[in-house]
Design a protein around this ligand. Structure first.
Ligand code: NAD
Ligand code: DAU
Length: 349
């Protein structure tokens, strides 16, 4: 155990998938830190994700990051804000955009104004999707996964979806506040996370819970889209490393060299769950669907000494499948509604 330079941390979105993992990470590793989770508990937030550690060291404030009064109240008692709260799903952002602008942009604006007022350390959690997508080349082995161009912190912003454009907008105001007002901020842009507690609207948990519910998994388009998978615990250790060792004003990309195309991941899930590897439906592709994401993590590794621990995707995926199998109470009640929403627009090809 090492001592933390920050003793009172606000974690926005700390009841969501990645934010709650970070709250557990800090709780388990830094006993001198008090954590205030500020979370609106939207459909994606779940008090159960942190219920086991709520108490003296972890407090939940249910509220909106775009509400300046509540943000002021929690900021006044903090020395750092780690900002995860967001509307996070691309497919939802294609159906309705208001919440994305409100939470991802206005919410971030509200937080950085409070961080300025109280001179707090601010870490902004963002996504690799702000860079748009990369080409892949059919002529490279494995359809080019792991090869070719990767995102770095110098890649120009080129977001494709309402979700990623609002994340990009939030990154840009954080950068401007650093330059114009000396905001003590860092930014991280991470690739696709997997692990327990991920909402079942997302690719991996959707397919696992489909199989557990007797529904055929759903693959968008031809399944050749590549995502760079990282276990959420490695994302948490990356954010902690940047918060405590990162240089103010800098952007760090977090990724664990986990490129795989969607078809390959789905076939792995099916095989692991004892199904035929082709027992899935191909469905209407996502509008504007990004082709490939890939992170160059050199800066985080070499400048800050970070290393991912969960580098075996197969065993991480197996543990994730086991978690959803063993925690039906956590997801079962929502399953029908999530699939009904998808069925409104997605047709089997
Ligand atoms: P999630 O959707 O699982 O959780 C989001 C959390 O934010 C929920 O607890 C929700 O209740 C809360 N929230 C939403 N709007 C709020 C508001 N207005 N005020 C307060 N709380 C609010 O998201 P996630 O997948 O855990 O992503 C967390 C962050 O990490 C996001 O900023 C996302 O952009 C970023 N990110 C996600 C991934 C990924 O693969 N999921 C990868 C890179 C970056
Ligand atoms: O790259 C980081 C981003 O990763 C984060 O910023 C987002 O918050 C997070 O949701 C994730 O975005 P994606 O759009 O990549 O994730 P999603 O789980 O929605 O989809 C992963 C891939 O799987 C994508 O290519 C679309 C495809 N897909 C998705 C679903 C839900 C399917 O083929 N079938 C599905 O049912």
């Amino acid at each position: 155990m090492t001592e933390s330079p920050y003793k009172n941390i606000v974690v926005t979105g700390g009841a969501g998938f990645i934010g709650s993992n970070f709250v557990h990470y800090v709780y388990n590793n830094f006993p001198d830190v008090h954590i205030t989770v500020l979370d609106k508990l939207t459909y994606a937030g779940n008090k159960a994700n942190i219920a086991s550690i709520l108490g003296d060291r972890v407090e939940l404030v249910v509220g909106d990051i775009a509400d300046a009064d509540i943000v002021d109240q929690v900021a006044a008692k903090a020395d750092a804000i780690v900002h995860y709260a967001a509307e996070s799903h691309n497919d939802n952002s294609l159906k309705s955009q208001d919440e994305f602008i409100q939470t991802n942009f206005i919410g971030t604006y509200t937080l950085i104004q409070a961080a300025r007022k109280y001179d707090l350390r601010f870490h902004h959690v963002s996504t690799d999707e702000v860079y748009g997508d990369l080409p892949y080349r059919e002529d490279l082995p494995g359809h080019g996964e792991g090869e070719g161009e990767k995102f770095t912190d110098k890649t120009p912003y080129n977001p494709s979806s309402p979700y990623s454009s609002t994340k990009a907008a939030s990154d840009l105001i954080v950068r401007a506040w650093v330059r114009s007002f000396g905001l003590k901020a860092t930014i991280s842009n991470c690739s696709n996370n997997y692990g327990p507690y991920q909402h079942i609207e997302k690719f991996i948990p959707r397919q696992i819970t489909n199989i557990l519910s007797g529904i055929k998994p759903k693959l968008y388009g031809d399944g050749k889209n590549v995502r760079d998978w990282i276990h959420t615990e490695d994302h948490s250790s990356g954010v902690w490393t940047i918060l405590t060792k990162g240089k103010l004003g800098e952007t760090y990309l977090i990724g664990a060299d986990g490129e795989k195309n969607n078809k390959e991941v789905l076939e792995q899930i099916l095989t692991e769950m004892g199904q035929a590897s082709d027992a899935y439906d191909r469905v209407t592709d996502r509008a504007g669907h990004d082709l490939r994401y890939a992170i160059d993590n050199t800066k985080l590794r070499t400048e800050l000494g970070w290393e991912p621990k969960h580098t075996d995707f197969e065993s991480g995926l197996k543990a994730t499948i086991d978690w959803y199998r063993e925690n039906e109470d956590w997801w079962k009640a929502e399953k029908e509604a999530v699939e009904a929403k998808y069925a409104e627009t997605q047709k089997v090809l």
